[in-house]
Design a protein around this ligand. Sequence first.
Ligand code: URA
Length: 251
Amino acid sequence: MMPYFMNMANKIRIDKYLGEMEIGTRSEVKKMIQNRRVCINEETITNPGYKLTPNEDTVFVDGHEITYQKYVYYMFYKPAGCVSANVDNVHKTVMEYLSDAPGKNLSVIGRLDLDTEGLMLISNDGEFSHSLLSPKKHVSKEYYAIIKGKVDETDCKAFEQGIDIGEDKPCKSAVLNILKSDKQSEVLITITEGKFHQVKRMVAALGKEVIYLKRMKMGRYQLDENLNPGEYRTFTKEEINDVERYKRGII
Ligand code: URA
């Protein structure tokens, strides 16, 4: 996994640093330190309480550099039949697909229905998750959908005006972009909310039915076409830069 660095001004203990980087349990890393296997910059240290500044000081274990990464970020191509919830007795969960992905306390950013495929983001950075999911942020989500029957300009207008799906207020204005209108139509739908089954309910409110749904984009994050269903990868450097911009509210 490529190490990408967060700006960490605060000092932390070396045993905590190595524990967070999953080098070993707190007691294992304590032994490593006492056995003189850990160097900070040029100096071998023997005190597990030694404090360092991540990404300013350089840490080595047995001569291998251990870079600090406070948070981890993954892009996952959710296949149909995989559940977004953390636990399920019947279906494989997103987190089971990521069981070998380094990082503690990972969680899925937003949900997709069992039969929906496509882009899911996973991280342990709660602030990033909030910046994408908060209803106040209006982060756009783009879906590719196959709809039973024809779609036309009237449907596009209804999306633009805000469809009533039986909640207190109609949905916010959304975009229906028709790729093909036929017995089975293909469309791109962009929404800026995250109501339960929202896309399927919007289409159903127009008397039509979604028969296939795949999330293509979430904000600036686009499903990587090199991923196959069930595969994940870490964020690229550009995607990490966007994390910081989302968190600072400048996207
Ligand atoms: N809208 C839906 O109806 N289902 C999803 O999984 C996502 C958005």
